[in-house]
Write a protein that binds this ligand. Structure first.
Ligand code: PHE
Length: 342
């Protein structure tokens, strides 16, 4: 028989580099053929041929092993050592202590916001992340089937519980719970931070889940001037500078009149910049005088008392303060982004 082991050896060796799984070379058809013909050879040739085939197999095994060793470069790991996984450790001096966690920028800003309102005489209560139809709609003067309900359409469970689209769903509770303030001749002054949910296409300025801060103030002879002054005082304190404010009529079922409220851009002093889209003003929030029906639902006589309410997105406010270009960064868990605030 005229089979040349050298030739086959060359063929197999030239194939080796291209193999994904190097061990496949030991299962190759050619090698199997070599073994299969050994028994049929004349005795004189058998020993020499067999030896050559064995040598070839050993050589291939060695190659496979060498390759595997190269892949398994052992890394010395000291699991007790504090170190930064982002560093290439070349010497022990580069070992770092582990990072400490810190408060999330949104929560830190919320503390600052609440602190300003505390100093203005407001108390705070957190909103609910699941609520019922009455608090989300009925108590807020959205009659059943009213088209304005569509603007606040989110999820509803089988038991008709709703993921609230705004913190206004707390207005009725807050007014009812603090009614005694009015009886003592004081005013109800509450801010309500909480998570809200929107049926929203997500982009750099919109998220489906975000924080809102609601404000509710009820007393005697409260007017829209009080509302504007309260918002201006808060915002000037928060941004640490004087601001111009602007309002224009808007529609919310639960306030009458309702306003869209804008402040002069804290970055360019109304000159126009990328933050305010070159308009000099930034629309920040919705607000208005609490609708008499909302007061009645909370068992307050609208002929005796009046009040204002406002609601703003905390994420938006923080974005504005720090000129953050994408709202999604705030929930991205990107440490590089978050560390800027610590
Ligand atoms: N709840 C309104 C919104 O999220 C904002 C608002 C709050 C308007 C209070 C008026 C009074 O769209």
């Amino acid at each position: 028989m005229n089979i040349d082991v050298e030739n086959i050896s060359e063929v197999l060796l030239s194939r080796f580099d291209g193999l994904d799984n190097k061990a496949d070379i030991l299962k190759s058809r050619e090698l199997k053929t070599l073994y299969s013909i050994i028994p049929s050879l004349p005795e004189a040739e058998r020993a020499i041929f067999g030896k050559k085939v064995n040598e070839l197999t050993l050589k291939l095994k060695e190659l496979v092993e060498k390759h595997q060793q190269k892949l398994e470069v052992p890394e010395p790991i000291d699991i007790t050592a504090p170190f930064d996984i982002n560093q290439n450790l070349t010497n022990a001096n580069q070992l770092l202590t582990s990072d400490n966690g810190s408060q999330h920028p949104l929560m830190r800003e919320l503390d600052i916001v609440l602190d300003i309102f505390y100093r203005m005489g407001f108390s705070a209560i957190e909103s609910r992340i699941i609520d019922d139809d009455f608090h989300m709609f009925g108590s807020l003067n959205f009659p059943e089937g009213h088209p304005a309900r569509d603007d606040y359409d989110t999820f509803m469970t089988k038991d008709k519980l709703i993921a609230p689209a705004h913190t206004s769903s707390m207005q009725n509770r807050v007014i009812q719970q603090n009614k005694s303030e009015l009886e003592h001749g004081k005013a109800i002054a509450c801010v309500i931070p909480g998570v809200v949910f929107r049926n929203e296409d997500v982009d750099s300025r919109h998220d489906h889940t975000f924080y809102q801060v609601e404000g509710v103030y009820v007393g005697k002879n409260i007017n829209a001037g009080n509302l504007m002054a309260t918002l201006r005082t808060f915002l000037e304190e928060y941004f640490g500078r004087q601001l111009d404010i602007k309002s224009q009529p808007f529609y919310f079922p639960f306030t009458e009149p309702s306003f869209e409220f804008a402040l002069s851009c804290p970055f360019c002093d109304k000159k126009g910049c990328s933050v305010c889209s070159y308009s000099g003003f930034i629309e920040l929030l919705g607000c208005g005088m609490i609708h008499p029906n909302v007061l009645t639902q909370a068992e307050i006589d609208p002929d005796v008392y009046s009040g204002f309410a406002f609601g703003f997105g905390l994420d938006r406010l923080v974005m504005m303060k720090y000129d953050i270009e994408d709202v999604r960064n705030l929930k991205s868990s990107k440490l590089e982004f978050l560390r800027q605030f610590s």
